[in-house]
Design a protein. Sequence first.
Length: 229
Amino acid sequence: MKDITVLIIDDESRMRKLIKDFLAKKDYKIIEAEDGEDALEKFEKNQSKIDLILLDVMMPKLDGWSVLRQVRLKSKVPIIMLTARGEEQDELFGFELGVDEYISKPFSPKILVARVEALLKRTIPHDENIYNVGGIELDTNGRTVKVDSKNIELSLREYELLKYLIDNKGIALSRDKILNNVWNYDYYGDSRTIDSHIKKLRHKLGKKGKYIETMRGVGYKFEVKGKNE
């Protein structure tokens, strides 16, 4: 699935941070807005890349209903409405205006994330053969890799190493484990050969090479950080 950008609109900074922290664990990019007017400005500026909106109802300057009406004049972007009231009439009103999901406060952040993921699966085409992580796009059909939409040349072993790291994103992997899974037990030399391949791979990935972290005393881990906006 492509990189996902979520616009969080809520006048409570603690609520925005809570939602942001949980969505960031899924590598979603985050844009925040603190009131209705700010929300419309952020939406206008970033409309082409926003994939989903989390919209609070009660806000200063412009309430959620007003923001919803304005957004729906220009876009069919998925919207999940957040409200403290949770009355049936409010929910029906929201659906009439074009809300996709409705969640009443207080809510479990894990449930919110699950709702977000379920809605995105229904609304965004997902090509199982393409990985897109932190600006690195890996096509398993063509065995090609792009960094920020630019093709990079990798050897077969470098490609397989990168795919294995991405498949195990966030997991510390020992050199022996990488060797056994990427080289398929057909290499009998020093496992430190991994280090030279990692070095070359980092160089070819450019700035994205920082995603491959060295785990002292263990091996390596692929992890994307610093994606939030």
